[in-house]
Write a protein that binds this ligand. Sequence first.
Ligand code: CP
Length: 313
Amino acid sequence: MTPRKDLLDIQSLTDEELEFILSNAVPFKNLFKRSVKKVPTLKGRTVLTLFYEPSTRTRSSFEIAASRLSADVTNFSVSTSSVVKGESVLDTVATLEAMRTDYVVVRHSMSGIPNLIAKHTNASVINAGDGFHAHPTQGLLDVFTLREVFGGDVRGARVAFIGDIQHSRVARSTNLLCRRMGMQTAMLAPGSLIPRELPQEIAVFQDWKELYAWKPDVIYLLRVQTERQNVPFFPSIGEYHRLFGLTDERLKWARDNGIWVMHPGPVNRGVELTDSVMEYERSLIDQQVENGIAVRMSVLYWLKPGSSTEDKP
Ligand code: CP
């Protein structure tokens, strides 16, 4: 396998790389059952998290993953840094480069910023979410979770994404990986929140009854990303919940049919889901979070800082 410096999206992963990451996450997850959860794999290496957007799961998951691999972890807090005094992303990166960081985990509201940073540093850059574009480690942890649920063979599994697909980098990355691994996917959302450029083979619904008839194995709920919407995409939150949310009545349908529920978090109760989903026995939400650490350990283990295969200016 050619050494790889950065993880920026799902498209650029080869089948071999994909399998390497997913299969190595298994022994990393097994570590979590031990009293000592640390291995010395990245001892002496430094991991920096650079988040220009809020995060609970991804950031803390990378921090835990890096510390379980014995790396030193630094949090770059954008809100208390010189970024607020007008320092550009590239000037910030030049400063970090001088500190000889090995890995930079970056989240930004603009699509493409992780790619730009990757071209200007020898550190390995991991995209932790950029605009609507990609969230590759979320995609990887989601398919890792689905492989656990379906006993390794996910081919033919039917996954329906429900909610704000238009603004979701999670839907883009996870859907791409699901299809690549032989799953069938569908989307359910108000017409205003469905991207226009979807491939034809993805089923698109605007009504739960159509989704029931499609017989999904998994429903993947997405948060309504009001922070990325400069105009209203539907009349009200109440109406959105009534028409598209996983209500108590629809949860009964899910339970009766043994349907798994996923969500990348953070959840908005009363919007995309009703409270009782959080106690549903086939909710995979906590399993997704736990798997996120194992998959991110595997990604850090796989990447090789300084082994640039990408073009540098
Ligand atoms: N899934 C996810 O990206 O969550 P955070 O925004 O909390 O990192």
